[in-house]
Design a protein around this ligand. Sequence first.
Ligand code: WTA
Length: 671
Amino acid sequence: MLQHKGVTPIEQAQNKDDSSTATGNKIKKNKKQYAMKNYVIESLPDYFKQYKKSIKNPKKFWDKIADENFVWYQRWEKVVNYDMHEAKIEWFINAKLNITKNCIDRHLAQRGNKTAIIWEPNDPNEAAQHITYQDLYDRVGKMSNVLRAQGIEKGDRVTIYLPMIPELAVAMLACARIGAVHSVVFAGFSASAVASRINDSGSKVVITSDGSYRGNKTLDLKSIVDDALTKATGVGKVLVVKHTNNEVKIQEGRDLWLQPLLDDAPIENIPTIMDAEDPLYILYTSGSTGKPKGMLHTCAGYMVYIGYTFKNVFNYKENDIYWCTADIGWVTGHSYILYGPLINGATTVIFEGVPTYPEPDRFWSVIEKHKVTQFYTAPTAIRSLAKETTEWVEKHDLSSLKVIGSVGEPINDEAWHWYNDHVGKKKCPIVDTWWQTETGGIMISPLPFVTPTKPTYATLPIPGIQPVLMDEKRNEITGNQVDGNLCIRFPWPGIARTIWGDHQRYKDTYFSAFPGKYFTGDGALRDEVGYYRITGRVDDVIIVSGHNLGTAPIEDSINEHPAVAESAIVGYPHDIKGNALYGFVILKDVGESRDRDNLRKEINQLIADQIGPIAKLDKIQFVAGLPKTRSGKIMRRILRKIAEGDFNNFGDTTTLLDPDVVEAIKNERIG
Ligand code: WTA
């Protein structure tokens, strides 16, 4: 009968409350409501056993994890298809699913009243919100229906430009529910950056708010979107969350306040059936050209990988309260504030504010207030809080903590020890997690209570991950106590599948330097026991305060200044930010009479307008020439050494066209 009505077995499963009985998928319902229950690595021998298994037979390894921990409308026909030379990777071929069923619906029976999200506002005097799984279901259902009513269909792109408020999580999940592709743009990016991301993704709708709070500052996000939309095309609707009550301009026919639409929308929403390889989201990251690089993640592999790594890296237990302080606008927030915790039925904290507001103990006070058990932050935050007197930490009861984590950049020895001594009180393992926007999830990290930690080392690969070190001649460096370019040998389910709209660039950037392998762009060393330590980027990306910045887009912005002929940016070590930016700028007219400090301000303003304040330069030196090779390539290595103040280790300078240029730059270095 149903067949006659055109309802397929998959759609039948879709309409059921719980789809664990889907076609060919005989999995015990109970087990699936407790994702990863039997997949927690508990000891070092167990880790080695699992790791071995995962390498010997990756297909079997991931097949079992996917099978036993997730709800599917239809099972896959094959675990993986890949060609690392062509950069073609697919996981769980022909499986059908919706990630939001795995993040929300399946938890309702057992955890309907459990808190899914604790929202801690910027202002500590405002009450925190506790959003249960049932509330989340209702809110996501309404938002999904609003988006559908606005004409958003499966495959359409939606740009989300919101502060760290619950609507951000709800909007992302609603997109995923109806099969739309979310492109979250960090709410610190400028109008030009928003515009280029809207254009590149081809978004039809933008979701934003009247404003955002950061400490005692308010930022008018809506006017940034208005400005962006003077440069971007194709956006039909802007949905606006009322948050700060800033006065905003509403453009008739385009802009709509979101709340009245939500009030009128029904809750029930049947999720769209997604293919395993349908796009889930685009997230922009920095690259070596000015064009934004939209990493595309797909549904099934991402879900499986994030679910597995969250559970194991944070050792999440049913009543734990997990807090990751990243912004959802970065991949850390996508994977380990939103998807990873929710897949596991966890309670995840979303914090709107900043670590130093109202006082530099906000992190510690939030941990105490919500009895946080897992705390995940960035080295730059640790370094800046370590500068304050330890009384700020000692004032608070941090005894709820079990595991503390670090992400985004190498954690230096001093910061590691401060974190260990004052936050973890020497009893919480530090998980120093190495991974990338491109990898989707954590790749190398200690497992708490399993892997003995070592300061500054990300230690061992997650099961399924095969790191290799390669030399400049493309040979694999075997053995221990060696260093080289970090590559990954075999695909894993969470890897990005392409760069949105530019597969050739994806292939060139990640799969051509070391054919047959994924190249991370990072250097690493392997110690005597096989532990990995990430030494930093080996390409033109600089990590400042944990944010990836490409040198090319910054140089492009500087070069737009009418007085500038050419520029080169390098990073140099900075106590708090990890790296800071040093710009070498050639002016068009050597006799340029304008005040140099004004020029510096104008250049930084240009960068703030084009990219965002995070990319402003700390030092700008005006130079007559740049060190170039005979073929015209800038020798950044030399500039890096000059910026660091190290004049003795320039390395091979035989290809340098004009050595006098270097002397001149050295003499006028800004200390
Ligand atoms: C760096 C952030 C050392 C690395 C998840 C990588 C790290 C880049 C670590 C990706 C770590 C991230 N130790 N370096 N634990 N984690 N990195 O895409 O250079 O924002 O390539 O992803 O951050 O930054 P992305």
